[in-house]
Design a binder for this molecule. Structure first.
Ligand SMILES: [Zn+2]
Length: 202
């Protein structure tokens, strides 16, 4: 080291501050992988302050009995086939302990729910049909963020709903759908496209 200035190189490469997370357990590594994958796939759409709230309130990865107890307390009666659930941005999601790729994909899926813009969430949960499409979009985004993840098998969750979300991408375009999901932008255009792909009301 020749002079004081040569130690200042970190200033030049400094990026926006991100909370540093201590890695103290295997679950922390799993959460970190999910967080980084979601952040890098959707860096142009997820508002950084919302991602930060999720980091400050990290999801819980729970053994089956604890997962079921927590779900019952929250009023979720049926937990068979449920890998994870979440309520809102500020509350940690609950993820059932599983193989690592499934845990990572479930974390990504639930964090996408947590980060959904509130107004978009309201619109997309207004009817059972909308809710199904919302799950399809969430799972499609999960597949994109988890793409290439070691031993991850896409297509096991919400296959029909993902198909509908893919039709929606064809109608409106990938970026607009992402911006609607995370920022409630292009809402009118996306809503019109949803009407195109939605099954007719009974
Ligand atoms: Zn979901």
């Amino acid at each position: 080291m020749k002079d004081a200035e040569s130690t200042e190189i970190s200033h030049e490469v400094k990026e926006a501050p991100i909370t540093e997370h201590r890695i103290e357990s295997l679950d922390d590594i799993v959460r970190e992988i999910a967080d980084r994958r979601l952040a890098s796939e959707f860096r142009d759409s997820i508002p950084p302050e919302r991602a930060e709230v999720v980091r400050v309130h990290p999801d819980r990865i729970e053994p089956t009995d604890e997962f079921e107890r927590e779900a019952r307390t929250a009023g979720i009666k049926e937990t068979s086939g449920v890998l994870g659930w979440s309520t809102n941005l500020e509350s940690p999601a609950h993820i059932m302990k599983n193989d690592v790729p499934t845990e990572i994909a479930t974390l990504i899926h639930e964090d996408a729910h947590r980060m959904t813009h509130q107004e978009t969430l309201r619109e997309m949960t207004a009817t059972p049909e909308r809710r199904a499409i919302y799950e399809g979009i969430t799972e499609l985004f999960t597949q994109q963020a988890a793409n290439g993840l070691h031993e991850y098998v896409p297509g096991e969750c919400y296959p029909n709903e993902v198909g509908r979300a893919e039709e929606l991408v064809t109608e409106v375009g990938e970026q607009k759908l992402r911006d609607y999901f995370f920022k409630h932008e292009m809402a009118k255009e996306v809503q019109r496209a949803i009407e195109q792909v939605e099954p007719p009301q009974q």
